[in-house]
Design a protein around this ligand. Structure first.
Ligand code: VG1
Ligand code: CO
Length: 548
C-alpha cells in the first residue's frame, strides 16, 4: 500500500495550551487541520524522517464527537509515517490515565490522546489532541513548542489510502504494513488499580451499609467505573450514574465541580439518606471530585489527605518520596510534606510539569486545585485512582469523609481555599485586567488592606530542577504577611474568548473557625482581589461564572 503525500497550506493557530491542542469541532474538522497537527507531531518526534522500524503508538480518546473519524485518519497517517504498530482502545476509547498506563506497560514510543477533557463535546463543542511521550506523560514544553513551530511550516502530510479499521473488534488487523491492535481499554488499567489498593478492604466496606455514588457524567470513565466499582468491588448496579459515554456528554459540561456535576451534588446534599461517599470524573477521566454526605472536599485538601494517609494504602505503604503541586493549588499538601519530612515542589499549572520530578523519583503524589490528583503509577492525573484512594482510606479508618477532614484540619490547620472563574471574557478585557494587576504589583508590597498586609507580588516562573528549563508568565501572585494569597491567571484550555481565574487562599489555625463556609472566610480576600483588579468595572460581570 503506497503512502500519498498531500500538499497543504500550514496553519498558524496550532499552539498547544495547558493540555494539548483544543479547538471548536468546526475548526478541527476543517480540511487538513487535524492532518497538519498530526504530521507536525510525527515530524517533530522523528526529526522529519519516518518512524524507526517497529515503533508503536498508543491511540484513543474520550469518545466525544469526531473521536472515531479522527482515529481513522491518524491510523492511516501512522501507517504512512512508518509506524510498526498502533494500540487503539476498543471503540476508540481510552481515558487519559488509561492511555498513560498502556504507554508505560507496553513501553511504547508514545501516544496520541484525543480529548478536550472537561470542555463540552458534540458538533458545536470542542475537540482536542495531545501527544504523550514514552514515559506516559504529556510532552514537555520544549516538544510542544517544536510541534507548534513545525505546524506553521509544513506544506504536506503523508497518508495511505485504506479502508476503515473496525474499532469495535478486539484483536489485530492490518493497515498496509502496520498492525493495528484493538485492545480492551479497561483491562490494563483495572489491573494496575488492583495492584495499588486494598480491594478486599474496599469490598468489605461496600458489602456493609456504606453507600456510594459515582457520576461518570456521560464521559469516558463510565466503562472503567462500572468494571472496577460495580464488578470488581461489588457495588450494586446503578452505583455508577451517567455511565454510558455519549458523543456530546448528554449535552452537559463534563467537568466534575459543584456547578457542573449538579446531579451528583443534589444526591449528596439532598435528603437525609444521602450516600456516604460521592465522586465524579471529567470528560477524559483524569479529574475527580470527592464528596462526603453533604460535604465537599477541595482538591487541594484531597491531595493533602491522600498524602497524610498513604501508609494505609498498599501501593504507598513503603513511604513516599515527595509531593508536587501546581502553584495555584493550596499549601495544604506542603504541611503534610513537612510533617512527613519529604520535599514539596511548586510547579506551573499543567500536568506536564510533574513528569520530570516523577521520572527522577523525587515525588510520589502530585495535585492541582482543578480537581486533579495522581501519583507516579502513571504520568497523568487520574480520577478513578483518587476515588479508589479515598475508598481505601474510608475502609481503613471507618470514619465519614467530613470527620476525616475535621481531624486533618485540627492537626495541620486549614488552608481555606476557593477559585473564582470568569469564563468567556472578551480577550482584550481579560488582558486589561491582568495588566492592571501587573501594574499594581509594583506598588503593593507593604500596603495594608484591613488586616492583610501585602508581602510580595510577582509573576510566577519556574525552573525545572531536573532539566533546567524555564517557564515564565505562569500567574500573578499577591502574597500576604500571614501566608494568605491571591493568584490571577489566564486559562490555557478555553476555546472561547479568555477565562480569568482568581485563586484565593487563607490559613485558619483555629479549629473553632475551621468549619465555617469558605466563601465567608475568604470574603476579605475576595474584596481585595476586586480592589486590585477592577474586574467588575472592566468586565461588567457581577459574579464569577463558576466558583469551586
Ligand atoms: C486547566 C486547569 C489545570 C489543568 C488543565 C488540564 O487549565 O486549571 O490545572 O491541568 O486544565 O486539565 P487552565 O489553563 O484552563 O487553567 V484537563 O482535565 O482539562 O486535561
Ligand atoms: Co481532563
Amino acid at each position: 500500500m503506497n503512502a500519498r503525500t498531500v500538499a497543504t497550506t500550514p496553519f498558524t493557530d496550532q499552539k498547544p495550551g495547558t493540555s494539548g491542542l483544543r479547538k471548536k469541532v468546526a475548526v478541527f474538522t476543517a480540511p487538513n487541520y487535524l492532518e497538519n497537527f498530526v504530521q507536525a507531531v510525527f515530524d517533530t518526534i522523528f526529526d522529519n524522517a519516518a518512524a524507526p522500524a517497529g515503533t508503536t503508538l498508543v491511540l484513543g480518546g474520550d469518545g466525544r464527537y469526531y473521536n472515531r473519524e479522527a482515529i481513522q485518519v491518524i491510523l492511516r497517517m501512522a501507517a504512512a509515517n512508518g509506524f510498526g504498530k498502533v494500540l487503539v482502545g476498543q471503540g476508540g476509547i481510552l481515558s487519559t490515565p488509561a492511555a498513560s498506563c498502556v504507554i508505560r506497560k507496553f513501553k511504547t514510543f508514545g501516544g496520541l490522546i484525543l480529548s478536550a477533557s472537561h470542555n463540552p463535546g458534540g458538533p458545536d463543542g470542542d475537540f482536542g489532541i495531545k501527544y504523550n511521550t514514552g514515559n506516559g506523560g504529556p510532552a514537555p514544553e520544549k516538544i510542544t513548542d517544536a510541534i507548534f513551530a513545525r505546524s506553521k511550516a509544513l506544506t504536506s502530510y503523508r497518508i495511505v489510502d485504506a479502508a476503515d479499521i473496525d474499532l469495535d473488534r478486539v484483536g489485530t488487523q492490518s493497515l498496509g504494513d502496520m498492525a493495528v491492535e484493538v485492545i480492551d481499554p479497561v483491562a490494563d488499567y483495572a489491573e494496575l488499580m488492583e495492584s495499588l489498593f486494598d480491594f478486599a478492604a474496599i469490598r468489605e466496606l461496600i458489602a456493609g451499609d456504606f453507600r456510594l455514588c459515582f457520576d461518570a457524567m456521560h464521559a469516558v470513565t463510565g466503562p472503567y467505573a462500572k468494571e472496577i466499582i460495580e464488578r470488581r468491588l461489588g457495588a450494586p448496579a446503578g452505583t455508577v450514574i451517567n455511565g454510558v459515554p455519549l458523543e456530546d456528554f448528554g449535552g452537559g459540561h463534563p467537568d466534575p465541580n459543584l456547578t457542573y456535576a449538579h446531579e451528583l451534588v443534589e444526591i449528596m446534599f439532598g435528603a437525609n439518606d444521602a450516600p456516604d461517599f460521592g465522586a465524579a470524573s471529567d470528560g477524559d477521566g483524569d479529574r475527580n471530585m470527592v464528596l462526603g454526605r453533604g460535604f465537599f472536599v477541595t482538591p487541594s485538601d484531597s491531595l493533602a489527605v491522600i498524602a497524610a494517609n498513604a501508609a494505609l494504602v498498599p501501593g504507598y505503604a513503603g513511604g513516599i518520596a515527595g509531593i508536587a503541586r501546581s502553584m495555584p493549588t493550596s499549601a495544604a499538601a506542603d504541611r503534610v510534606a513537612q510533617k512527613l519530612g519529604v520535599p514539596c515542589y511548586e510547579t506551573p499549572t499543567g500536568w506536564k510539569f510533574f513528569g520530570n520530578l516523577m521520572d527522577a523519583g523525587k515525588v510520589t503524589f502530585c495535585g492541582e486545585e482543578s480537581f486533579g490528583t495522581g501519583s507516579d503509577h502513571v504520568r497523568e492525573k487520574d480520577g478513578l485512582w483518587a476515588v479508589l484512594f479515598w475508598l481505601n482510606i474510608l475502609a481503613k479508618r471507618g470514619l465519614s469523609v467530613e470527620h476525616i477532614l475535621q481531624l486533618h484540619w485540627a492537626e495541620y490547620g486549614r488552608n481555606v481555599y476557593s477559585r473564582h472563574d470568569h469564563e468567556a471574557l472578551p480577550t482584550d478585557i481579560a488582558n486589561g485586567i491582568m495588566e492592571q494587576v501587573r501594574a499594581a504589583g509594583a506598588t503593593l508590597p507593604g500596603k495594608a488592606f484591613g488586616n492583610y498586609r501585602v508581602k510580595f507580588c510577582d509573576d510566577f516562573s519556574y525552573t525545572d530542577p531536573i532539566d533546567g528549563s524555564v517557564s515564565t508568565g505562569q500567574g500573578l501572585r499577591v502574597g500576604f504577611e500571614d501566608g494568605s494569597r491571591i493568584v490571577f491567571r489566564l486559562s490555557g484550555t478555553g476555546t472561547e474568548g479568555a477565562t480569568l481565574r482568581i485563586y484565593l487562599e487563607a490559613f485558619e489555625a483555629d479549629p473553632a473557625r475551621q468549619m465555617a463556609d469558605a466563601q465567608l472566610s475568604l470574603a476579605p480576600l475576595i474584596a481585595i482581589a476586586e480592589e486590585i483588579s477592577g474586574l467588575r468595572a472592566r468586565s461588567g460581570r457581577e459574579r464569577p461564572t463558576v466558583i469551586t
